[in-house]
Write a protein that binds this ligand. Structure first.
Ligand code: UD1
Length: 357
């Protein structure tokens, strides 16, 4: 098979790491980076640490308003797809890169295979929800991480080409957790195992609202333990623009640090008392490592983590966050609802069945 894989943002690098490894054993892969994330800490470091092959093409599209960013990517991807004529275009998750690649391929008459198909927050105010719904509806092969995802697709009338393959982020988490000492980061970040919260905030819904961001900072400042906060560049910019720098400095237990690499994240997460996040992927990574999570959103696509008691939806209300983080519990069981850590092989097998000549 000749496969074009398109990535562009942090979570896609983590997922592609596992799939590239499995795919390249037998097939030709052309890896395209849209350039949606471009800083060293947001992109290159993931390629280095996760041994992802160097992209064959980098479109260097950079940041911008959603329509402009997506449109620019589409134009460039369309040219590339028509020139390269792959058997299938593989897209990941729910970012603008996913949407651009999915639409460009579908319109060029090339089948789209979507890794992480079927997830829904049922909140159309999230740009990611629009991206994932649209991509699922132009996909030919829908590679679902969970049973809930399969059911969501069925509810939208999509049953053809749907495969339950498990969650590919688990493959990457297991592969690297086995090969890395997760305690080295504790000295590096001067934190004690089990005695700090790890925090990340980057969603538009949280970080683009001055009141919500102020509430989150205030909640972090009221917690009874250090909060190590890996601050996304978008959130950093907004903290400055909204004049929230003083509030952050006043929260003496809160330690803002620049974005951290994958291996640092895994090390910090595994040793944290709990994770405070609005990220989708990290809610799941917390579950993989048996770390309780407090989600700074009203809803989640990863409903299993909530149903099984590992994740609490606290929203962005300061009191709600403080209450949830002050009372984290560790449930007795953690079933394999995200598969067995071999999703990448299942994905390659599903691609072979559908596209191998
Ligand atoms: C994007 C995805 C989101 C995903 C997240 C992972 C969309 C709509 N959102 O959000 O689903 O969870 O990636 O991190 O696709 N910036 C930099 N350097 C970079 C990249 C971004 O400084 O390397 C800054 C820019 O100011 C940019 C802002 O961050 O405008 C937002 O970047 P963007 O890629 O649009 O969205 P994310 O918030 O990263």
């Amino acid at each position: 098979m000749r496969v074009i894989s398109v990535v562009g943002a942090r979570p896609q690098f983590i997922k592609a790491a596992a799939v590239c490894r499995a795919l390249r054993e037998k097939h030709d892969e052309i890896l395209v980076h849209s350039g949606q994330h471009y800083d060293y800490a947001m992109s290159d470091v993931f390629f280095e640490q996760l041994s992802i092959p160097k992209p064959d093409f980098n479109l260097a599209v950079g940041s911008g308003a959603h329509g402009k960013q997506t449109g620019e990517m589409m134009g460039l991807l369309e040219e590339l797809f028509l020139e390269q004529r792959p058997d299938v275009v593989l897209v990941y998750g729910d970012t603008n890169t996913t949407l651009a690649a999915g639409l460009a391929a579908a319109k060029a008459g090339i089948p789209v295979a979507h890794v992480e198909a079927g997830l829904r927050s049922f909140n159309r105010a999230m740009p990611e929800e629009i991206n994932r719904v649209l991509v699922d509806h132009v996909s030919d092969l829908l590679l679902c991480p969970t049973r809930a995802a399969v059911a969501n697709l069925e509810a939208e009338g999509i049953t053809e080409g749907v495969r339950l393959v498990g969650d590919v982020m688990l493959d990457t988490a297991r592969f690297f957790a086995e090969r890395n000492d997760s305690t080295a980061v504790l000295d590096q970040f001067e934190v004690e195992s089990g005695e700090y919260f790890l925090a990340t905030v980057h969603r538009a819904g949280t970080s683009d609202s001055p009141t919500r961001l102020a509430d989150v900072i205030s909640a972090f400042g009221r917690l009874d333990r250090p909060v190590l906060w890996a601050v996304h560049p978008r959130t950093r910019k907004n903290i400055d623009e909204f004049g929230l720098g003083d509030a952050l400095n006043a929260a003496s237990n809160v330690r803002p640090v620049p974005p951290v690499s994958y291996l640092e994240t895994v090390g910090l997460l595994r040793n944290a008392r709990a994770l405070l996040t609005d990220s989708g992927g990290m809610q799941k990574e917390a579950y993989f490592f048996g770390v309780p999570c407090v989600t700074l959103r009203e809803e989640t696509e990863w409903v299993e983590t909530v149903e099984l008691g590992w994740n609490r939806l606290a929203g962005t209300d300061a009191d709600g966050i403080v209450a949830a983080a002050s009372d984290v519990t560790v449930p007795m069981t953690r079933p394999e609802v995200y598969g067995d850590g071999h999703a990448a092989e299942a994905i390659v097998e599903a691609l072979e069945k559908r596209y191998s000549a």
